[in-house]
Design a protein around this ligand. Sequence first.
Ligand SMILES: [Zn+2]
Ligand SMILES: [Zn+2]
Length: 138
Amino acid sequence: MKYKKTGSCLCGKCKFSFDTENLEIGACHCSMCRKWTGGLSMAMHINSPVIFEDESFVKWYSSSEWGMRGFCSECGSNLAWSMKDKSMMCPSVWSLDDDSDIQFSTEVFIDEKPKYYSFANDTKKMTGAEVFAEFSGE
Ligand SMILES: [Zn+2]
Ligand SMILES: [Zn+2]
């Protein structure tokens, strides 16, 4: 089953769509995501590209050797985390036009989560080391 999702930034200059085979999202508690989003990253995990209607306002910030973070250069909205070769993208759940069917399934970098909050949702929790081990095993 394939689902087609659409989304945009706050000002609407960056509109996008993508196909996904699941509706699960993961939250990332790492310090980089918290700095970047001003909250925490809750994103989908897709192996197909995010298609932007017009890329002229989409800026990619190189945040590590392998990853980059896309945002709107007009309004600053976070749009997606992506592998540099765009083989895997994580569009932000907050940018979706319809998130009514989304399922919150995973929390990663649980070892970097600040003590002052925690989710009551029943999720699979992974440390940063477990995330890197899964990636290198693929
Ligand atoms: Zn914008
Ligand atoms: Zn993160």
